[in-house]
Design a protein around this ligand. Structure first.
Ligand SMILES: C[S@@+](CC[C@H](N)C(=O)[O-])C[C@H]1O[C@@H](n2cnc3c(N)ncnc32)[C@H](O)[C@@H]1O
Length: 391
């Protein structure tokens, strides 16, 4: 064996020993942490008391998270935030304005207070707290909270869903294109329902993307799977010189045409209707964007979409991918857990890591792949790439 061969095998065996040692230490630690006596000692000892308390609060929050979501859902559904946005009210007045029993309002308000949604003063006057005010100010967040009623029903038996990822779900029926390559299954009514939800939740996403990647470095942008044009409308408002094009299924493209006309974009905007897996895509813009689109599709379909873009894209253009991505930071791991289960219910798609997206891009013929940092990865992370020249 060569010297380098000896080196390689000794490095590997050292790595193997280190990994086994790490696993042993972790197993000992886990036995200790699981021991009730050890937990009591940690909870009493002054230097570890705070850590123990935080651990048990975190565990409580995770275990009861579904109740907190339902408290939030109740507040949105009964319009509590809009009612309090008009000024502080006593519980009795809230109950009569919302036509709910006082006893129920007296149960809901303290629960909402514990979540930072509302606050109360000494005279039993209730008003919005910061999180309640944010939700009141954002129609997209409220629409997503309402939409979660459907996800909640689909996840009522998560083990059944994990055992059978092809099980019928409400969420997969809602996204009529999910797992569907032909694009025929989307009626005008389907398109209207999901496109309205997408439009209302686009605000925060578009701000995040446009702050991180200003589009004024481009002359024109084609937004593939562009929905009703909300992202392009935000981009066009920021950068008046930008020419805007969108490609989506025909019923969605028709909606974008009339919405963008009404918003005054007229000749600056072109809507293309078709199937982005099978139809030729427009190829004249110097930027092509995929906003919350790639994640909707399983690897094979995502690859086919990228390959189709690669076939049509202008050789100097930039491909911009913006969607929630898996990451090791808090935002990236929260996104991965939430979207992972959302896509499980949707029966299509994945919250991918930048490494997985890089592999797909590379295989589809893209190069110069970069990550662009965003402020809040819960809304979107960004990657850009350029078409690799054909040789
Ligand atoms: C999750 S939505 C994202 C919409 C928009 N980009 C946004 O962020 O608000 C995905 C979009 O892809 C479109 N889409 C799905 N399958 C398609 C297909 N085969 N061809 C063209 N568009 C498709 C849908 O109609 C929908 O508008």
């Amino acid at each position: 064996m060569t010297t380098s061969g000896h080196l390689d095998s000794s490095v590997f065996s050292r790595l193997g020993i280190r990994r086994r040692l790490g696993q042993k230490i972790r197993a000992i630690r886990n036995r200790l942490v699981a021991d009730a006596g050890f937990q009591r000692r940690v909870a009493r000892f002054p230097l570890t008391r705070r850590y123990a308390r935080k651990q048990s609060e975190d565990l409580f929050r995770t275990t009861t998270g579904f109740v907190q979501s339902q408290i939030l859902f109740s507040c949105v559904e009964i319009d509590l935030f809009a009612t309090l946005a008009q000024g502080p009210l006593q519980a009795q007045d809230i109950a009569s304005r919302l036509s709910l029993p006082l006893v129920s309002i007296r149960r809901l308000l303290p629960a909402a207070k514990s979540l930072g949604l509302v606050r109360v003063d000494r005279n039993d006057l209730w008003s919005l707290d910061d999180t309640g005010a944010v939700i009141h100010g954002n129609e997209g967040i409220r629409a997503m909270i309402r939409h979660h009623a459907m996800l909640y029903r689909d996840l009522a038996d998560p083990v059944a869903l994990l055992n059978n990822p092809d099980r019928a779900t409400e969420i997969s029926a809602y996204w009529a294109y999910a797992g569907e390559r032909a694009g025929h299954g989307v009626s005008e009514r389907d398109a209207q329902t999901y496109s309205a939800l997408m439009r209302s939740s686009q605000d925060l996403v578009a701000t995040e993307i446009l702050d991180a990647y200003p589009l004024d470095q481009h002359e024109s942008v084609l937004d593939i799977g562009g929905g009703e044009g909300a992202f392009l409308a935000a981009a066009g408002a920021r950068h008046p010189g930008l020419t805007l094009e969108s490609f989506d299924l025909p019923p969605v493209a028709a909606r974008s045409r009339s919405i963008m006309d009404a918003a005054g974009f007229g000749a600056r905007f072109t809507a293309h209707g078709g199937n982005f897996f099978t139809d030729a895509l427009p190829g004249s813009t110097d930027c092509v964007s995929l906003v919350r689109v790639l994640c909707d599709h399983d690897d094979r379909a995502a690859f086919d979409l990228l390959k189709n873009i690669r076939r049509s894209i202008n050789p100097d253009a930039t491909l911009l991918i913006a969607e929630p991505m898996e990451g090791s930071d808090t935002g990236g791991s929260l996104a991965a857990a939430y979207f992972g289960f959302y896509f499980l219910a949707m029966r299509s798609g994945a919250c991918r890591s930048p490494q997985s997206i890089t592999q797909l891009l590379d295989a589809a013929g893209f190069a110069s792949i970069r990550r662009i940092p965003t402020r809040n990865p819960l809304f979107a992370s960004i990657m850009t790439a350029k078409p690799r020249p054909y040789v």
